[in-house]
Design a protein around this ligand. Sequence first.
Ligand code: 5AD
Length: 360
Amino acid sequence: MKQTFTDILKKEELSRDNIITLLNANSEDSKLLFAKSEEIRLKYVGNKVYLRGLIELSNICGKDCLYCGIRKSNKNICRYNLTDEEVLKSVKYAYENNYASLVIQSGELENKAFAERINNLLVKIKKLTKGKLHITLSCGEQSEDTYLKWNKNGANRYLLRIESSTKELYNKIHPNNKKHSFEKRIEALNALRKTDYQTGTGIMIGLPFQTIGNLADDLLFMRKVDIDMVGMGPYLEQKDTPLYDFRNTLKPIEERFFLTLKMIAVLRILMKEINIAATTALEAIENKGREKAVKAGANVIMPNITPAIYRENYMIYENKPLPSSSEILVPEKNLNKIGYKIGWGEFGDSAHFCKRFKKK
Ligand code: 5AD
């Protein structure tokens, strides 16, 4: 007998086909899906939303990913590199405003000078904040040695998106050379997973050539790697990138948004205790995008605390929200209205990780 949508939601273990059915939910069925993911989220990780102050360190990048606005070959952007003083000013903001965590994200450079710079910054940040801020790094593929050094110097978490866990699709959205090897990326993720980092990954949703089956495989991949945290968002076309040529093949933007919410919900059902971020790309589509993602199962938001004068240059995709510095960066009132609380002053470490390391 054919399983109904409600039957599938009651199952303990979801098959790949079940996941595909959930991701294909229409607006009526999606209400059942979101109700289920919210129930699981409240039971396993509660109603808190943790903050990560996001610092976009530099848009100088050695890679040429075919979707990304800060790719090396893009000559239409102004490259910048924050000074240590600028970084520390943002860090101080996060510290004084009780964020408890920050993310340092950067274009990808795999060289000694960059590795050293991050080391020095970590030491300075730990000193300034007396170890009271947890730090996530998102600085791409690095050697195992570099990952370990950064970890030793105070980085607690590392986010390396796999972008797509399907090799053929990965190869379609990256140049075909050693610098952009799928295997190397998997190896880097595995290397991180072996260390003491809380390890995060993620993908883009609604890419050209991507199928719902690919997305189901991405969720199963996250579970197989036994990841601690995930940041995934809709793919947004960027006019200075080669993938822009395929813009006519894309799902409408609202559909990519809806699909992202369903991905978050299914992931919450599959991995009950991980941290899931409501990413900025959602906010680029709908102004209450992040709140909807929280309701679907996300429990982390990443307010951008990069000095305002640089924000417009970290244009990974178009229409990236650029809040003015006077605007409230944390949508606290809106979250309270839907029953959620900001975890001010709390690290909000991944419960999945804490169990794995018996750190509770
Ligand atoms: N649309 C959406 N997300 C993008 N990223 C890069 N380019 C785009 C785009 N055009 C994401 C990638 C990368 C992260 C920093 O931003 O997943 O890992």
